[in-house]
Design a protein around this ligand. Structure first.
Ligand code: FES
Ligand SMILES: [Fe+2]
Length: 353
């Protein structure tokens, strides 16, 4: 994996003070935001980034501060394949070089930083770290996105907590009690866990302990024999810095549900994250049924995700009030995850002014 320069993990490290490592491809916007030539402001850990769609449809990413007087370049105007700052019209190309100062013909002082930029799965990714590492860094693979047997829903929400709370929330499936109003009674059993270089994985199965199966869940993963439900498997993996969840029905090789997630810090302190997700659901024998019931599935999953969002934001609030992480974590999967996140991250730069 890309270079790690985080601190060695010890119990003394407060995970909520560890920054997400920038030497990865991180999504910062959805392609739909840049459907036409124009600009969109984005952020990675407090760094302002201007995303630019040119008139030919190409995409580039620049530091969102004009070299002249530091105003956001995302307030500028696209001109052909270039971007003109909205104030005095200094003009930048895709490499960040200032190629024209309109009122001083030929003058081209230093430009601004350009970020390596790629578009995939309806998302715009940038490489906010060392640009020399971008070409060698693994780009996330989301095969279900282009597989016609699946329909994919893009998730995009702002969540006011450190990204580590989000990884912990998904990887620790022992929180089904939180979802009791939507899911009824669910018993969770850990089938196994593994970890390796840059990843931690847990496999679970579930058994209904009360209430009825909600319609939203039935529509997502289909009817099933209740007696076989404890052979269904949910595999959740943090593959730094991304997270995936795969649900397989008993005896089926292809996942019924395949979820890819990335949590991208917006502010310098990394206490607000934009969570991007791709939730792919396998089409049933009558594929159009999934389209028909898509709004019901969306409402159901939004309900679950809202419950998760509210609880992780409360965790962050407790951290803010106490100024440190006082969690008494006991679950080995999460202890292993915390170590991975701390080891793979980087120090949050402190403000020197
Ligand atoms: S501030 Fe951008 S051109 Fe002057
Ligand atoms: Fe949850």
């Amino acid at each position: 994996m890309a270079g790690r320069r985080g601190p060695c993990y010890t119990e003394d490290v407060d995970l909520r003070r560890i920054g997400l490592h920038p030497d990865f491809w991180h999504p910062v916007a959805r392609s739909a935001e840049l459907a036409a030539p124009g600009t969109v402001p984005a952020r990675f850990a407090g760094e302002p980034i201007a995303l630019v769609r040119t008139e030919s449809g190409a995409l580039f990413a620049l530091e969102d501060r004009c070299a002249h007087r530091q105003v956001p370049l995302s307030k500028g105007a696209v001109s052909g394949e270039r971007l003109r700052c909205g104030y005095h019209g200094w003009t930048y190309d895709a490499t960040g070089r200032c190629v024209d100062v309109p009122y001083l013909a030929g003058a081209a002082p230093n430009g601004v930083r350009a970020y390596p930029c790629r578009e995939a799965y309806g998302l715009v990714f940038v490489f906010p770290g060392d640009p020399a590492k971008a070409a060698g860094a693994a780009f996330p693979e989301v095969p279900s996105f282009s597989d016609p047997s699946y329909k994919t829903r893009a998730l995009d929400r702002l969540i006011r907590c450190h990204y580590s709370f989000l990884h912990e929330n998904l990887l620790d499936m022992n929180h089904q009690f939180l979802h009791r109003s939507l899911m009824g009674g669910i018993g969770t059993a850990l089938l196994g866990r593994d970890s390796g270089d840059g990843w931690v994985e847990a496999r679970y199965t579930f058994k209904r302990t009360g209430g009825k199966r909600p319609w939203g869940e039935k529509l997502m993963i289909g009817e099933r024999d209740e007696s076989s439900q404890d052979r269904d498997t949910m595999t959740i993996r943090t593959s730094y810095p991304y997270q995936t969840l795969t649900f397989r029905r008993a005896g089926k090789a292809a996942p019924a549900l395949d979820l890819w997630l990335s949590y991208v810090p917006q502010d310098r302190e990394q206490r607000t994250n934009r969570a991007f997700g791709l939730m792919s659901i396998r089409r049933p024998a009558l594929p159009w049924l999934l389209d028909l019931f898509w709004p019901v599935i969306a409402r159901f999953t939004d309900g679950i995700l809202d419950q998760d969002r509210r609880v992780v934001e409360l965790e962050q609030l407790a951290w803010d009030e106490q100024g440190e992480d006082r969690n008494q974590e006991v679950f080995p999967v999460i202890l292993s995850l915390r170590e991975l996140l701390a080891r793979s991250g980087t120090a949050i730069p402190s403000r020197s002014f």
